[in-house]
Design a protein around this ligand. Structure first.
Ligand code: SF4
Ligand code: SF4
Length: 119
């Protein structure tokens, strides 16, 4: 629904939170799901975020990173992937068996390729 359509119903959408999925860049998400299919199993429970070593010392949030990937929000994703220490603790708690550490590693690889126009 567009902002103009929403206005007709008596409410407005905050532009800063408006996410246009049709305009999102799916290249990074497709790259990750092709190489780490378990990424599709994530149901955003946040268990990995609660256990995350980097998250205890920085603003890193793995669940949020997964959301950036799904939405195709590349700019915040670019910064987020640099914070993971690849310790693997999140792997131990994921109830869906997502290979979370590899998701981060492949996401970082995808960003590097994107920046070199190889994606
Ligand atoms: S613990 Fe697994 S299912 Fe839950 S948010 Fe993290 S990756 Fe997704
Ligand atoms: S591998 Fe990365 S995301 Fe997982 S617990 Fe360690 S620092 Fe956090």
């Amino acid at each position: 629904m567009s902002i103009d359509q929403a206005n007709k119903f008596g409410f407005t959408i905050n532009r800063s939170r408006l996410i246009d999925y049709d305009a999102s860049d799916r290249k990074v998400r497709d790259y990750i799901t092709a190489r780490e299919p378990s990424f599709r199993l994530c149901f955003a429970c946040g268990g990995c975020t609660a256990a995350c070593t980097a998250g205890h010392h920085t603003t890193f949030n793995l669940r949020r990173m997964n959301t950036y990937i799904r939405r195709g929000e590349i700019d915040p994703l670019r910064e987020e992937v640099t914070r993971c220490m690849l310790c693997g603790k999140c792997l131990l708690v994921c109830p869906r068996g997502v290979n979370t550490r590899n998701v981060v590693a492949v996401a970082a690889e995808a960003i590097r390729k994107l920046d070199r126009n190889e994606l």
